[in-house]
Design a protein around this ligand. Structure first.
Ligand code: NAD
Length: 258
């Protein structure tokens, strides 16, 4: 039977790859995220054709709790519940703390951390009622280790691991699991956009940032592919993963082993 899968921030990058992975399994998909209307329409139609189930897009802004509540309510109203919730929406800003814009700090904490609290707060009662659910939080290697000039991002990602563990304990006897995925670098728009700022902050060329900062962090010296994260999300959502809860799985080319 088709599951209903909500993926925040799924009009691009990792979220889109995760939504595509679930659509490939015949699930109903609730997309979310920004983009040009014609591109979002194209993605929604493509996923619906792939899944042969349903696909809708909800435009909730992850900084707005009311819109997040409506995202979950719309998923439940359209497809009869939420089986899998993937908290993926995220943004980055690279600057030293003393120059870090206050509004950027607030926005990153809202999108990368608080939005997951709001989606979970709305979806958990639905999952409890069905005695089944999967919550997957897309954290980062930066949930485990820090890098300079990414204060808000590192703080939010460390925070989401704490939220993951707390929710897992609260839900341990309900059939709902809560886990985090901690990817290393994936070449998505989020990473591409930070290359010029990192170059500026570190006094390097953009090419040096790719080889000496980004891929240097990963012992395999290769980017993680978004599709590989999709496959990991499918595993965490599976029946076989029912005893996996309150933890994180790294997919970072060995970055955090060092
Ligand atoms: P991306 O920029 O390709 O996609 C981000 C998505 O979030 C887009 O769909 C965008 O529209 C959406 N989004 C942004 N602000 C939003 C808002 N206010 N409300 C709703 N949606 C919003 O980024 P990505 O690299 O695919 O990142 C996805 C997640 O993976 C993020 O949480 C990021 O921190 C995490 N991550 C990325 C990497 C990487 O190297 N790319 C590594 C580790 C973790």
């Amino acid at each position: 039977m088709a599951r209903t899968v909500v993926v925040t921030g799924s009009t691009s990058g990792i979220g889109l790859a995760i939504a595509t992975a679930f659509a490939g399994k015949g699930d109903n998909i609730v997309l979310n995220g920004f983009g040009k209307p014609e591109e979002i329409k194209g993605i929604t139609e493509r996923l619906e054709a792939l899944s042969k189930a349903g696909a809708i897009h909800h435009p909730a802004d992850m900084t707005k709790p009311d819109e997040i509540v409506d995202l979950i309510a719309t998923a439940a109203k359209t497809f009869g519940g939420v089986d899998v919730l993937v908290n993926n929406a995220g943004i980055q800003h690279v600057e030293k703390i003393e120059d870090f814009p206050i509004d950027k700090w607030d926005q990153i904490i809202a999108i990368n951390l608080s939005s997951a609290f709001h989606t979970m707060r709305a979806a958990i009662p639905l999952m409890k009622e069905k005695k089944h659910g999967r919550i997957i939080n897309i954290a980062s290697a930066h949930a485990l280790v820090a890098s300079p000039f990414k204060s808000a991002y590192v703080a939010a990602k460390h925070g989401i691991l704490g939220l993951t563990k707390t929710a897992a304990l609260e839900l341990a006897e309900t059939g709902v699991t809560v886990n985090a995925i901690c990817p290393g670098y994936v070449l998505t728009p989020l990473v591409e956009k930070q290359i010029p700022d990192t170059a500026k902050a570190r006094g390097m060329t953009e090419e040096q940032v790719k080889t000496e900062v980004i891929l240097k962090a990963q012992p395999t010296h290769e980017f993680v592919k978004a599709e590989e994260i999709g496959a990991l999300a499918l595993y965490l959502a599976s029946h076989e993963a029912r005893q996996v809860t309150g933890t994180h799985i790294s997919i970072d080319g060995g970055w955090t082993a060092a």
